[in-house]
Design a protein around this ligand. Sequence first.
Ligand code: NAD
Length: 403
Amino acid sequence: MEKIKMQTPLVEMDGDEMTRILWKMIKDELLLPFVDLKTEYYDLGLKHRDETDDQVTVDSAKAAIKYGVAVKCATITPNAARVKEYDLKEMWKSPNGTIRSIMDGTVFRAPIVVKGIEPCVKNWKKPITLARHAYGDVYKASEMIVPGPGKAELVFTAEDGTETRELIHQFKGPGVLQGMHNLNSSIESFARSCFQYALNTKQDVWFATKDTISKKYDHTFKDIFQEIYDRDYKEAFEKAGITYFYTLIDDAVARIMKAEGGFIWACKNYDGDVMSDMVSSAFGSLAMMTSVLVSPDGKFEYEAAHGTVQRHYYKYLKGEETSTNSVATIFAWSGALRKRGELDQIPELMTFADKLEKATLSTIESGKMTKDLALITSIENPTVLNSEGFIKAVRENLEKSLA
Ligand code: NAD
């Protein structure tokens, strides 16, 4: 069989620990035999990040902007223990944070839905994709403990020295205070990424805030979304047969519990933090969540939502058997290859991505899975495979569908 040719390279960001082991297995078993894989390789493994003073992370993000599509393996975000373990020069920042700020992107997390792993919410038939605004609000707030009686005010001093004041509260006793902000530019980028990704995946967008209570702060979010939608996306949405829906956050939550899924839920920073964990745990497993970073001008970085699965890696190093779930990492590759195929107009590459995903899902549906899924599946007597065994079972199915 002739291998599928590529045109533009994918930006490949290698990573750490168990996911780095899976990364190589996936390439060797599921990609290289079928695709004439073209990648520009960046080693974001912690050792190499340290050697390059983290320059490699910056370079990889710039390459993602240049080529438009990247695929990333999970990476260690160093903490004190990691600084010691890897004898690091510095406690380098989270690579995901660095890449996100360079690409000015929004993260979209979506569960991989498969028969046999049913979400706890029975009517959720299709994935709910969660988009979290990753700038500002309570995450960049200033806070104060108020010791006793006194007056708290919001003061804005313009560059020309003019002051605008707003009374917060006349304290009669002790209490607490918080000041937070956001930026129109950041909200606009967030809105664009959401609308862009909706068009790309042909899904509706839901957005919700508490604008009835927060008449200036949250209302600004609502207005910016609406203006950008009306001006730049309405027509394209109508053509694509998708909609933009705004409601109050409490109404959104109530509706989501009764919905079927199959849409993008755009959330403000804090809502997204809380709701993304609720949605992923309700859909079954962190190991079945994909994640894609989308920039406002439509550049994509695909990855698994989970981390490096450290505990399995230490078992692996001791020569013990592991049963690590590679599904989300396989889907990161298929997502990136499909997008590359779309941009370069290589239908064979897009079909390959579809078949790779189908082969992965049908492996699970036939009862063959890793241990984490075997513990939660509704399929009776599942066959538990080890890390490599699962990938080999997917390969068997893939070969059949490509033959
Ligand atoms: P983790 O996602 O690696 O593991 C969390 C839990 O989920 C563990 O109990 C693990 O056994 C289970 N799990 C996760 N993925 C699994 C899989 N594919 N198969 C089977 N079980 C799976 O998160 P963690 O343990 O908190 O962090 C480990 C490392 O990963 C840390 O150094 C952290 O910085 C890094 N991390 C990276 C990313 C990323 O690169 N996107 C995200 C989160 C954590």
